[in-house]
Design a protein around this ligand. Structure first.
Ligand code: RFL
Length: 418
């Protein structure tokens, strides 16, 4: 104003800046100011997939193999997505989908098949033999590796993945064709499509696009978190150990023969920097049976983080031309290792529904998607809540709470059906 520069409030538009200023756009300085209007790029595809995490990439890869086109929009860079340390336990359904997607070969070479798991409480430890009881094993192979294999496969097939996208918005979900707009490097883009798959995780935009009056959210926050570390040390046990102790839950997990992942239940107010490596190892050992603690190999942590525990479901999982998949629609506490596996179950139902629609014109699969997926989601929610309640220390439940847990664990030891 009057030739002098004023600091603009962050995010203010030109209209807001000029409000109340008589001469803002007429003085010499501002007359120089031109706002370039970039031309919006436009294209068309069959499915826009929002989110380049495991759900979005797996869906895109499966659809591609059936000749169905998609564009994946990812908010972060590829390197950022591949730096996130998350799930590591893959169940049969996900393994089958990975095979179908043509990305199972590195996992078959480098993953670790586990036939069972160990559960300890106090000084007791027992084993659940998955293979004997169900006929199937699980695979220990990091989510990061699954995601890397998916990126490699998508790139090898010329899959369209747009990274570092901003301001993703979904429009026209109740019309004949949906549109998705976003910005990339400051340029606006628009994609018209038949359907949108919201695979953008808990913090994404897809779920929030469904009007609040048409969506019901169920949520439980647990009064503790998980402090996890990754260390270049050999795992203490060949199989995972889930530990219930009076001091709180602990989990001994692994990524490879020389990469261990350990977790302990911690206070919600704790921060990773409050825990030195030495304090973490000491607390972990106190929560394990002595014979396990004695053989634990410790070392410096290469990653340390705290995850909150939450049970969350948003219903329905379909709104017009939008389908929600994975963490965008539901979260489980990590205790049952069900998050990624349940996301894969959604992908399975959605992929088969879309395939049926494009191959035969029959919309039954996509019309039934929400109901089918949610039936499975709620089973996984129940299991994760039950196992979390059984294995963690709840101070508010007192000594009798611990006795209830011990009795239930003892029941499991002796009940094949359990
Ligand atoms: P993700 O992985 O969160 O990916 C969503 C992607 O969407 C992007 N995004 C957007 N893109 C464009 N526009 C926007 N507006 C966007 N907003 C977000 C994000 O950048 C991201 O790349 O969801 P997805 O694909 O549904 O996958 C779900 C899994 O990541 C999750 O369920 C598991 O990691 C949960 N989980 C576990 N699951 C298992 O099955 N077995 C396990 O052993 C297991 N362990 C865990 C876990 C999760 C953990 N944490 C940290 C939450 C252990 C932990 C500690």
């Amino acid at each position: 104003r009057n030739g002098r520069l004023r600091a603009a409030p962050a995010g203010a538009s030109m209209l807001e800046l000029s409000a109340g200023l008589d001469h803002c756009f007429t003085c010499a300085l501002c007359a120089e100011l031109t706002i370039a209007r970039p031309v919006m790029s436009e294209r068309t595809t069959q499915i826009v997939i929002i989110g380049g995490g495991p759900s979005g990439l797996l869906l895109s890869q499966l659809l591609h193999k059936r000749g169905i086109q998609s564009v994946v929009l990812e908010r972060k860079s590829k390197d950022y997505v591949l730096s996130r340390i998350r799930a590591g336990v893959l169940e049969r359904g996900l393994l089958g989908l990975m095979k179908e997607a043509g990305i199972g070969s590195r996992m078959a070479r480098e993953g670790f098949a586990h036939d069972g798991t160990l559960i300890s409480y106090g000084d007791e430890m027992f084993r659940i033999d998955f293979k004997e009881l169900t006929g199937h094993s699980i695979m220990v192979y990091g989510q990061t590796e699954v995601t890397r294999d998916l990126y490699d496969a998508r790139e090898a097939m010329g899959g369209q993945i747009e990274y570092n996208v901003e301001d993703v918005e979904i429009h026209d979900l109740e019309s004949n064709a949906a549109t998705v707009t976003y910005r990339q490097d400051g340029q606006p883009h628009k994609i018209s499509c038949d359907f949108v798959a919201g695979c953008d995780g808990y913090h994404g935009v897809s779920r929030k696009t469904i009007p609040s009056e048409s969506r019901k959210e169920y949520e439980k926050l647990y009064p503790f978190g998980w402090l996890g570390i990754l260390s270049r040390t050999p795992p203490v046990s060949h199989e995972l150990i889930y530990a219930n102790s009076e001091r709180g839950f602990a989990l001994c997990s692994m990524r490879s023969e020389n990469l261990s992942r350990y977790y302990i239940q911690c206070d919600l107010s704790d921060r990773p920097e409050d825990w030195s490596d030495a304090a973490f190892w000491a607390e972990l050992k106190r929560r394990l049976p002595p014979e396990v603690a004695e053989k634990m190999v410790t070392g410096p942590s290469i990653e340390k983080s705290i995850a909150p525990l939450r049970s969350f479901v948003s219903e329905p999982m379909r709104w017009g031309r939008l389908f929600l998949c994975g963490d965008a629609a539901h979260i489980v506490p990590p205790t049952g290792a069900k998050g990624l596996n349940t996301a894969a179950s959604d992908v399975h139902y959605l992929y088969n529904g879309l395939r049926q629609f494009y191959e035969t014109g029959d919309a039954a699969g996509i019309d039934g998607y929400s109901e089918l997926a949610l039936a499975r989601v709620w089973k996984a929610e129940r299991f994760s809540w039950w196992f979390t309640s059984l294995m963690h220390h709840f101070p508010e439940n007192g000594d009798i709470g611990q006795k209830f847990q011990d009795a239930e664990l003892d029941y499991l030891v002796h009940s094949e059906a359990g």
